[in-house]
Design a protein around this ligand. Sequence first.
Ligand code: AMP
Length: 373
Amino acid sequence: MTNYSSPILPPSTIGIIGGGQLGQMMALSAKAMGYKVGVLDPTDHAPAGQVADFQIVAEYDDLKALTQLAQQSDVLTYEFENVDQTALKQVENLTRIPQGVELLTITSHRLREKTFCRQHGLPVTPFVSVKSMADLQAAIQKIGQPGLLKTVEGGYDGHGQFDINEQTDWHLIESEIEQTEWIYELKQDFVRELSVMVTRDGQDQVITFPVSENRHQHHILHTSIIPAQTTDAVKSKAQHIAIQTAEALNLRGVLGIELFELSSGELMINELAPRPHNSGHYSIEACNISQFDAHIRSICGLAIPPIRQFEPAVMVNLLGKNLLTARTDWPTHPEWHLHDYGKAEVRDRRKMGHITVTGPSIESLLASVSQFR
Ligand code: AMP
């Protein structure tokens, strides 16, 4: 990866590929620091576009539009991992892309990601590459079941996944298996799902955030509790894994690491996200530096101080119509930090906003947002 010696200072322009809520919160951090922000997103007036200096309304893989964004930006970043890598490579010489394209090559493909982890001694669940029914049968023989069959690319929040167990509908899998590439993973009987946000600053110092405990519904993150309600030993193991991962990747920008905690206290990486992560939103109100501030500082080559969390925090996602309830109930909950992403259309299970609450007692924080849990 290119080592840029001089930091990128305000009022330089930061270009963000993707105009969703992550881009919006990145843009808000960047704007507060005095940067100009440009966004590329196909939806006019996208959440990030609403708070940026300009938005280019075009598809993410529209090379003309991406070139325009690169030419107008001193540094380019992205808010999701499925960026068109070929298009991004073509604009590499027009601007700085400190996170690099390789980070995307690894993290946008489950098989490459898990192979990378295994090669660097980072713990992952046993896995096998699958392209046919015969491969799947061999994979089950090799690592056992229950397991999960996941598409190597494009799946998120549980999309593109099959549970492999006694009840599996093999006909359904048979009709889909040869359409794409898959990874078969052993299903882990975890006690908790955790995550850590990590980054490296302009002096290559690795900076980690406190460990989040994450609860999902229908495979979608619902609630994060920070600090995670687990032992100090598990939390420091998670931080250690985060540091090793950041170093192995020569990381720039924030990376979210999702982990499973097993009953033995052992940890396994489930997924790497090369961007700020939903479970790190608490850091906006609960920490001296938010994950979005850290992301901007990192890609601009600036220093980042050690992260301190002032108070315990709970974050709940507002999915679909829960946003409308939150808007109505907010006046009676002055303790809520309500984030409304400004999405035009309310859809079932769509992430429309979130609420963070901070305070000394996790129990009362959970009670404060219990109607959404
Ligand atoms: P993913 O789409 O890979 O992020 O997975 C979404 C959710 O599915 C995770 O947050 C877990 O709750 C569950 N999951 C994924 N992989 C596994 C696994 N190997 N073992 C157990 N649960 C899993």
